[in-house]
Design a protein. Structure first.
Ligand code: NAD
Length: 255
């Protein structure tokens, strides 16, 4: 791992993260663990999640805990957060990372499909906040980071519901930041550009698309999960203690 910043304020913090088995989420699990955090994450990919936990433990980090939860089941999701609180007595940091970026034609999407996308891409983040905020209020504060996307700003084809959900994430971020700043709860969102993960390479990021992207960015080179993790750690740490209600773009200058 590159010699990234170490944040003293993150040591021993309890972090709850959604969708942590692969992609940016897995990188976040690793990077928070490397800060000395106890990470609890959920996902539907059991095998990848268990491998990640074992890998972190073998590297000498506090072993992350995995909860097998489909976030569209809000009862299970909330139960997972309550279990985390019971076990570790606090939740200092919430990272709402889960998403489904499957493409769809706006004119063909059924009502059921629209709702199922919203359940993953917006509802899960709201209900995690709903469960975590009283915990953070009682313990005297916390930091919430919500993963949004620059798709809110650029509006790509066949991603209307994804972009709508991410715009919702930004609105929710602002409203919760204003309401709960008084409790020392900070809420920020991150809008990444096109981040190169296995899934993106397998599904969407063809050589042609990548060339198109590179022609449009100011800083040439791939945006990687670690680049998103660097900003996430900063927003989770006390180094950003006066930053809240912000929507931070990290896209190599695409927008
Ligand atoms: N990769 C990018 O280019 C990019 C760009 C902008 C924003 N983002 C945002 O960053 C975040 C992470 O992106 P990513 O590319 O790593 O996503 P990803 O799709 O690769 O990973 C998401 C994780 O969530 C899990 N997941 C999906 N549905 C679930 C469900 N119902 N219940 C529980 N877990 C579930 C997946 O198994 C996976 O581990 C997302 O919020 C995404 O919208 C990513």
């Amino acid at each position: 791992m590159a010699p990234y910043a170490q944040y003293p304020s993150l040591k021993d913090k309890v972090v709850y993260l959604t969708g942590g088995a692969t992609g940016i989420g897995a990188c976040l699990v690793e990077r928070f663990a490397s800060q000395g955090c106890q990470v609890i994450f959920n996902d539907i990919l059991d095998e990848q999640a268990h491998i990640l936990c074992e890998t972190m433990s073998s590297k000498g980090f506090i072993k992350p805990e995995f909860h097998a939860v489909d976030v569209t089941n809000v009862d299970l999701l909330k139960e997972s957060i309550r279990r985390t609180h019971t076990q570790f007595d606090r939740i200092d940091i919430l990272i709402n990372n889960v998403s489904n970026d499957a493409r769809h034609s706006p004119t063909e999407m059924s009502q059921a499909q629209w709702h199922s996308f919203m359940q993953v891409n917006l509802d899960a983040s709201f209900f995690c906040c709903q469960e975590v905020i009283p915990i953070m209020q009682a313990q005297g504060g916390g930091s919430i980071v919500n993963m949004s996307s620059i798709n809110v700003l650029i509006g790509p084809h066949n991603m209307a519901s994804y972009a709508a959900a991410k715009a919702g994430i930004n609105g929710m971020t602002k409203a919760l930041a204003n309401q709960y700043g008084v409790d020392k709860i900070r809420v920020n969102s991150i809008l990444p550009g096109w981040v190169v993960t296995e899934r993106q390479l397998n599904l969407w990021l063809t050589p042609e698309k990548e060339q198109e992207w590179q022609e449009r960015v100011a800083i040439k080179g791939r945006l990687l999960p670690d680049d998103i993790a660097n900003l996430t750690l900063f927003l989770a740490s006390d180094d950003s203690k006066m930053i809240t209600g912000q929507h931070m773009v990290i896209d190599a200058g695409r927008t």
